[in-house]
Ligand binder design. Structure first.
Ligand code: KG4
Ligand code: ZN
Length: 356
């Protein structure tokens, strides 16, 4: 039976010198396949971006995303293997993102990975997307080891976790409503700047001034949770009122003011958490970790507080399969998250930070 063979191979992997993982990511609108060695070395990474397809709709259209994952996943698997100069017979395990994300999108990656694992009789490792974003840091920062504090900022999540060791993460704060990336995308949309909004708001902010006082995004100063819907609504209301007065808003100033407030909240809560939990290393993760203002401000704060800051390369910040391969490697070492062929997407796992 498949699961008996896979379990035996899975248990043997930990004794092996090198572990090569073929990893898949299809949780949202990027289809990605990577080959990763020992959780730290990217042998190849291919990403089929759907940004141009969804941009004309102003955001991701789930059905369109799933169909495009289907169209590209097979080709980019071949491309990833070719780039790594390997064949399927060199692969030790298959890894796939099984949640959180869009169910139809996840379904494509999960089913493709299951089929390959079954056909090749290889262990299948199920990977939590949010943990994978954190693991992206292991790829670009060879010296990073737990414990550290992770700030996960993406289109779907805003969270602070304590990474106690490679297998254990504790959630210490999350968003009560919108994720910070979602707020960036919404602000860009109302300003007519297209999708995704983060990069363009980041760019325009550089020529704007932080001179508009929007509602501060504080949910509750005392804990480490976040709230971005108030700030987002405050920007929308400001734009409506400006229009009603027959005036033109300065787009650069709106971007700069929104960004300063959004980032200040992230930096303050992260530094406060690092002090409270006495953690000296801070790692950024997720698409918003590319943000130039966030990187500059948190770097300054870290220098002041004598904390060491880590972040992935821009390509490893946004959705990619290399981070899935990195996370899977540490799950293999922990003997966790071996999946059977009944694996299905789980869109509710965003707050689960345990191994399972
Ligand atoms: O991690 P990611 O690729 O996908 C999710 O898991 O959500 O993150 C995408 C998010 C989008 O909201 C995008 O606007 C944002 O990351 N983003 C940025 C920047 N680059 C991407 N936000 C702010 N500044 C950036 N430079
Ligand atoms: Zn993501």
């Amino acid at each position: 039976m498949y699961i008996d063979i896979a379990t035996e191979k899975f248990n043997r992997l930990r004794t092996q010198k090198d572990i090569i993982v073929l990893a898949f990511e299809s949780s949202c609108d990027d289809t990605s396949v990577a080959v990763v060695k020992n959780g730290r070395e990217v042998l190849s990474l291919v990403i089929a971006s759907q940004i141009d397809i969804h941009a004309r709709f102003g955001g991701v259209v789930p059905e369109v995303a799933s169909r495009n994952h289907l169209l590209s996943i097979s080709n980019i698997t071949e491309e990833a293997l070719n780039k790594a100069n390997l064949t399927l017979s060199d692969i030790d395990a298959i890894a796939v993102t099984y949640g959180a994300g869009l169910v139809g999108s996840l379904m494509v990656g999960v089913n493709f990975a299951k089929s390959l694992a079954f056909a090749l009789e290889l262990p299948l490792i199920k990977v939590n997307h949010i943990r994978a974003h954190v693991a992206a840091n292991y790829l670009s920062n060879k010296d990073l080891t737990p414990p550290f504090l992770a700030l996960i900022v993406s289109g779907g999540h805003t969270a602070l976790t304590k990474v106690e060791d490679y297998a254990t993460q504790t959630l210490i704060g999350t968003t009560h409503d919108d994720a910070v990336g979602e707020a960036y995308d919404k602000v860009a949309k109302v300003l007519g700047l297209g999708y995704p909004g983060g990069p363009v708001v980041d760019k325009l902010s550089k020529s704007g001034n932080n001179n508009i006082q929007f509602i501060k995004p504080n949910y509750n100063k005392k804990d480490f949770n976040f709230s971005y819907s108030g700030l987002k609504t405050s920007v929308i209301n400001y734009l409506h009122k400006t229009k009603q007065r027959g005036e033109d808003a300065c787009v650069e100033d709106v971007c700069a003011s929104f960004q300063c407030q959004a980032v200040e909240e992230l930096v303050t809560k992260t530094i406060n958490a690092s002090k409270k939990y006495k953690i000296d290393k801070i790692a950024l993760a997720g698409g918003v970790a590319c943000n130039s203002h966030l990187r500059a401000e948190i770097q300054k704060a870290c220098e002041k507080e004598k904390k060491k800051l880590y972040y992935p390369t821009p390509i490893e910040c946004t959705d990619n399969a290399a981070m899935v391969g990195a996370e899977a490697y540490y799950q293999i070492l922990a003997g966790a998250n071996l999946a059977d062929l009944d694996l299905v997407p789980d869109t509710t796992i965003n707050l689960k930070y345990s191994n399972k």
